[in-house]
Ligand binder design. Structure first.
Ligand code: SF4
Length: 940
């Protein structure tokens, strides 16, 4: 079979890296970075470089939704139906709801991972055909504060900067963004820029000392949610010190005097107290920002996911306007988009308050323009329901038919209790999805199978306004269809059923949709009338690119002209407002959420791959060690994390990254991976059971970044752990079979177990693991344990087993001969799990176990001397763990074989262990380990 290569785009984050997909026949066989793509020049991070492994035939067979399915009764398994039946059913249900209750009784909740063409059709379907603005997207959880902040100050939703600006900046201010994890390839570019220009200063401001801090010259460990106070305080200092660009303010802005009066109160002393920072650090941050020749701000969810997200964005942009740090190389505010196509969605107006080509729903002229473009009598003026409002309306019975596409609200939305109620109360729920595994699928009346990465065709726009082509490398599996095609087929049927305007959806391919979108941008700030698919095929392009132009605009506002009525930018009068739910005596911890390095969103794709669980293996809540000491909590113990909305049980982990009175949980853990059932019967599911739907009044973006919680020890004396190596098929099957067992315990987590082989190792196929952990107040029936054993392949008669059903004790080990060695293939410990650390190490590192015999079955048996954990995995590509790195560093320093400089030691690690030489995602962590090596500290 001939090998093929297809250029496309990574489907994960807003960096928008170009990829080259390798395929043979219907199978994707490899992926590498596209050396010609201007976002990444050939680089990929740990997520992007493993994309092909998430698209194997086995993963597709076990995790993908491949046929339309109807669930006749809720709670029962869905049945396969034909596409025509599925589309007729959806049409009849939506038409009936619209007829009986009006167009606002339906809602569409779509996704920043859809392509621009998909988005365009959904938007036109809701606003143009049905006559409701109830179309919103998970971008509401991601970028709507950035949109509102740009519009409030600069006049249009347009990031004025580009990635190349990191090479021209003399100061980079990273705030509310763990760029090292969330936008890794951009972080590599910052590392390169800093190496090339050591004089460049990096300020990093975040409540947590994440790996992004490794590049910082100045770290500001700010209290959660106090950013506006900091920005206003920096402006106060700039005013006081005479660091403002008064000429720029006079020539290009409005509204400075009111802001000046406001920031008078934000003295360094007051700001230091509110933000929990040192006064001199605030002064230094203000000095570097204002007096550097070019200052670039990079920011993300730390500003956006906030009940004051819009003014946080605006207060930061105020600093750029006041210092003239905008419209020149290396300077400006640069919002980093979380999702791959949050920008494209904004461009086509795929939010409840927007219209095509950055038009506003609230503007009658804009509505009339769009109605003319679409050939419909009118676009409704009533604002649509935004994400939080939409699920609340469904929970209240106001939205009766809900269409969810390419997103998993039962994992990603805050206040999961309300979302669950919404899905239960809605009369008809359609879920259009590529994967069958997201929790939301379990609540669908109708499941429509969609194509995904490697199969889709269309375009996406990344953070720097660059539009890239997405191309299919293989044919769509099963009966999957492109998202735009499903929406078009439904829309055509609905046109007839509701007697709406006809012929609105004439599209036969993605390009014809894109061409219509392109026409809608004519004369707008994002004008792309000079672009075509053919041009994008040759090279990705930034917008605007008007008719007759040869390339897109690299930077905006270089002439000081802004897209406002008088061409001037506007200072927003920003007043600091605390978080919606400040911590207090009953809920004394600030819970923040964020990304893991190797996972993406709800993990429907990355969560299929054990390799990506090497860096962080299981869910946990992180706390500062002093807070743990005060509460007599030990690493790994289970705790209840409780907010006003819900409670979950999760292991606690000590981390000095987290500040005092703060706690951190990764945003990824939904009920697919972390679950349980309270004694009251209530389902405990995922981190967003805790978060609040309090949202910014302007952007309507919820405050996913902060909730007040209490953390108390969970007294669950009976525990269980089972881990096993299986084939890929067996592991995926086992996880599916284990899912219903999670709700039987007060705590349960179920994850892939990390393979201990380097990327590309030929034994990878045999090393797919599953790890299931549970705890409960008392032991379950012995039969349940036997069922669990059977699921993970431990039930055969050859397995070593000890069982005491009376006491809920059970220990099982399955061994395998390999040459002269006997290796552990899987084990189960129930009741007493104290031996887990060393048995897990034996299994993960494939260490000989023949000498251990029945001691594997002894409760609380001590670790044999030779069995030592390798520590946490640092490098995913070459499976290098902390212990090996520490040993190498100690040897290098003692031998003096390398210079004692950090760069020298890093180079030594890279040449001997290979860590950090492939995707580079572990480089910040390697640098931290190098820096923390004791001899270096002494040298410093
Ligand atoms: Fe994909 Fe990583 Fe690039 Fe983001 S940085 S687009 S996740 S390869």
């Amino acid at each position: 079979m001939t090998a093929r290569e297809t250029k496309s785009t990574c489907p994960y984050c807003g960096v928008g890296c170009g990829v080259v997909i390798e395929s043979q026949g219907d199978q994707i066989t490899g992926v590498r970075g596209d050396p010609d793509h201007p976002a990444n020049f050939g680089r990929l991070c740990s997520k992007g470089s493993t994309l092909h492994l998430t698209a194997s035939a086995t993963v597709t067979q076990h995790t993908r939704l491949l046929h339309p399915m109807q669930r006749l009764r809720r709670g029962e398994a869905p049945q396969r139906i034909a596409w025509d039946t599925a589309l007729d059913l959806a049409t009849n249900q939506f038409a009936k709801t619209i007829r009986d209750h009006g167009p606002d009784a339906v809602g569409f909740y779509i996704s920043g991972q859809l392509l621009t063409e998909d988005y365009y059709v959904f938007n036109k379907l809701a606003k143009g055909l049905i006559g409701t603005n109830n179309v919103d997207t998970n971008s509401r959880l991601c970028m709507s504060s950035a949109v509102a902040g740009y519009k409030m100050t600069l006049g249009a939703d347009a990031p004025p900067t580009c990635y190349d600006d990191v090479n021209h900046a003399s100061c980079i201010f990273i705030v509310g963004s763990n760029t090292a994890y969330a936008h890794p390839v951009l972080f590599r570019r910052i590392e390169d820029a800093k190496r090339a220009n050591p004089q460049m200063k990096v300020i990093f401001c975040d409540p947590r000392r994440t790996d992004t801090a490794e590049i910082a010259d100045l770290f500001l460990p700010i209290q959660p949610g106090t950013d506006v106070a900091l920005f206003n305080g920096m402006l106060h200092t700039m005013l006081w010190e005479g660091w403002l660009d008064h000429a720029y303010i006079a020539a290009h802005t409005n509204g400075f005097d009111a802001l000046k009066a406001t920031v008078r109160d934000y003295t360094p002393e007051m700001v230091a107290s509110v933000c929990g920072l040192q006064k001199q650090d605030i002064l230094e941050a203000a000095r570097l920002f204002a007096t550097s020749s070019a200052t670039l701000s990079l920011y993300c969810q730390g500003l956006n996911q906030s009940s004051s997200g819009t003014i946080k964005n605006a207060a930061l942009i105020n600093l750029h306007l006041a210092t003239g740090q905008i419209g020149k190389p290396g300077a400006g505010p640069f919002s980093l988009t979380g999702q791959p196509n949050a920008m494209g969605g904004r461009e086509v107006g795929g939010l409840a308050n927007l219209l095509s080509a950055h038009r506003d729903l609230g503007n009658p002229e804009h509505r009339a323009e769009v109605a003319r473009l679409w050939g419909v009598p009118a676009v409704p003026s009533k604002p649509g329901k935004t994400a939080v409002e939409m699920f609340q309306a469904a929970a209240d019975g106001d939205i009766r038919a809900l269409w969810i596409a390419c997103t998993n609200p039962l994992q990603s939305m805050p206040d999961q209790t309300t979302v669950r109620r919404a899905l239960e109360r809605a009369e008809f729920v359609v879920v259009q999805e590529a994967f069958a595994t997201p929790a939301t699928c379990d609540h669908a009346d109708l499941l429509l199978p969609a194509t995904t990465w490697g199969e889709k065709v269309g375009t996406v726009t990344n953070s720097e306004r660059r539009i890239s082509r997405v191309r299919p490398a293989v044919v769509a599996p099963g009966e999957t269809r492109h998202d735009w095609s499903i929406a078009v087929a439904f829309a055509r049927r609905l046109e007839a059923a509701i007697d709406g305007p006809r012929g609105l959806f004439p599209y036969e391919d993605a390009e014809s949709i894109w061409n219509e979108h392109r026409e809608s941008t004519r004369g707008r700030d994002l004008d792309i009338t000079g672009m075509s698919y053919a041009m994008l095929d040759a090279a990705p392009q930034q917008w605007p690119l008007r008719s007759g132009e040869l390339s897109g605009q690299v930077r905006l506002y270089e002439d000081g002209q802004f897209p406002t009525a008088d061409g001037r930018a506007t200072f927003a009068n920003t007043v600091y407002i605390p978080v919606a739910e400040p911590r207090e005596s009953r809920f004394p911890f600030s819970l923040t959420t964020g990304r893991l390095r190797d996972q993406w969103h709800g993990m429907s794709r990355t969560g299929t791959l054990g390799r990506l669980f090497g860096h962080v293996a299981e869910p946990s809540v992180q706390m500062h060690p002093q807070d743990m000491d005060r509460r007599r909590l030990r690493d790994g113990e289970l705790v209840h994390v409780t907010s006003k909305r819900g409670s979950i049980v999760v292991p606690v982990q000590a981390s000095t990254e987290v500040g005092l009175s703060q706690a951190f949980m990764a945003m990824h853990w939904g009920e697919e991976f972390l679950s349980g059932r309270a004694s009251t019967g209530e389902r405990l599911a995922g981190v967003n059971a805790l978060t609040t739907s309090a949202h910014c009044p302007t952007s309507k973006q919820p405050e996913l970044k902060h909730a007040a919680v209490k953390i108390t020890k969970a007294e669950l004396p009976w525990s269980l752990l089972t881990v096993a190596w299986l084939t890929e098929t067996q592991a995926l099957t086992a996880r599916a079979l284990l899912k219903p067992y999670m709700a039987r315990f007060q705590f349960a987590s179920c994850v892939p177990f990390a393979s201990a082989t380097p990327l590309g190792d030929p034994t990878d196929d045999q090393r797919h693991g599953v790890l299931f952990r549970a705890a409960h107040s008392d032991a379950p029936a012995d039969a349940v344990l036997a069922e669990l054993e059977a699921i993970v392949g431990l039930s055969d008669s050859e397995a070593l087993r000890y069982a005491d059903a009376q006491k809920g004790q059970r220990r099982t080990a399955r061994l395998r001969r390999q040459g002269d060695d006997t290796l552990i293939e899987g084990f189960l410990l129930a009741g007493d799990t104290r031996a887990e650390a060393w048995i897990k190490t034996l299994l993960q590192n494939e260490l000989p176990a023949q000498a251990l015999g029945r001691s594997l079955l002894v409760a609380g048996a001590k670790a044999p001397v030779a069995v030592r954990s390798r520590g946490k995995q640092v490098c995913t590509c070459f499976n290098v763990a902390e212990d090996a790195i520490a040993a190498h560093l100690a040897g290098s320093v003692v031998e003096g074989a390398h210079t004692r400089s950090e760069d020298g030691l890093l180079a030594s690690l890279q040449s001997h262990l290979k860590c950090g030489t492939n995707c580079g995602s572990c480089l910040p962590e390697l640098k931290r380990l190098v820096r923390s090596a004791q001899p270096l500290k002494q040298a410093a």
